[in-house]
Design a protein around this ligand. Structure first.
Ligand SMILES: C[S@@+](CC[C@H](N)C(=O)[O-])C[C@H]1O[C@@H](n2cnc3c(N)ncnc32)[C@H](O)[C@@H]1O
Length: 272
């Protein structure tokens, strides 16, 4: 039943899908208007993320990053596909000058919201680039396969990207991977989430096997994208990264597992 509903959902044109999302957000956003404490929590209509408590999930990722990387308050962080700041929120209590957080996204309204709501945090900046993505921004002007990151090389200690490569095609991911190591300082870390399948492993959620990547849906190819582990390992190595940890997500188990960090698999890469 769920699979059928999902198929119908992706069959619907982008504008109508967006409208349905906005309608479903209304009850939550009415409560939001009257909520007293907003604490860097955006209204639901701006959140392009799954269910769950916004702050709790951000904190869970933050704690996992702290436990698994050597970052300190002076760290320089770049977040690719920061959305409306779920991951950046806990960093406001951690980073201090000369530490810095830069996040960018391909959607204007979450970035506009972040710019306004993080204005008191002077070491936080948010950038918008109109990059095309068939799920989020089909009318974007810049191809993700050609986008050049407008940040100086050897700048960041940590690059984060949660639930972004899971919505990108192979040539787009390859373009990002060719630039990420250059932006990182020596021994810098890429902390990113994926749907990972080992060689030949099958998944009902990803019925369209394109070799190195597998798709959930053909009409909207970036709806959800899985990667073969050996492909990601090779992609890392040719670009000067090495996988130092894989934290399995619960997506393959079909039900939430409490002590897991997330639904998606988390991969930690170190610049060699
Ligand atoms: C599922 S949301 C996750 C948002 C945020 N990372 C989080 O975990 O809360 C995916 C985000 O990736 C962004 N995105 C999609 N394609 C992108 C690309 N090529 N480059 C950067 N961001 C992208 C979308 O606009 C969206 O905000």
């Amino acid at each position: 039943m769920m699979r059928f509903l999902r198929k119908i959902y992706y069959f619907i044109p982008f504008e109508l899908r967006n409208l349905i999302r906005l309608i479903f957000a209304i009850p939550n956003d009415i409560k939001y208007i009257f909520a007293r404490k907003k604490n860097l929590v955006p209204p639901k209509r701006l959140r392009n993320i799954g269910k769950g408590d916004f702050l709790e999930i951000g904190n869970k990722f933050f704690n996992h990053i702290i436990e698994n990387t050597k970052i300190n308050p002076k760290t320089k962080v770049l977040e690719i596909g920061c959305g409306c700041g779920r991951i950046s929120a806990p960093f406001t209590k951690f980073l201090e000058k000369p530490g810095r957080y830069t996040g960018f996204d391909i959607l204007p309204s979450p970035i506009k919201w972040c710019k306004k709501n993080y204005s008191e945090y002077e070491i936080f900046e948010f950038d918008y680039y109109p990059i095309k993505n068939d799920l989020y921004n089909p009318y974007g002007k810049i191809s993700a396969a050609e986008f050049k990151f407008p940040y100086p090389e050897n700048t960041f200690d940590l690059i984060i990207s949660i639930s972004v490569f899971t919505h990108m095609q192979k040539n787009e991911t390859e373009n990002y991977f060719s630039q990420i190591p250059k932006l990182l300082k020596t021994s810098g870390i890429l902390y990113a989430s994926f749907f990972i399948l080992s060689n030949k492993q099958k998944s009902d959620f990803f019925p369209y096997d394109n070799g190195d990547i597998l798709l959930h849906n053909k009409i909207v190819p970036s709806a959800n994208v899985a990667y073969r582990l050996d492909y990601i390992e090779k992609l890392a190595v040719i670009n000067g990264l090495k996988i130092s940890k894989i934290e399995e997500g619960w997506w393959k188990f079909g039900k939430k597992i409490e002590n897991f960090i997330d639904f998606q698999d988390i991969l930690i890469f170190e610049k060699q």
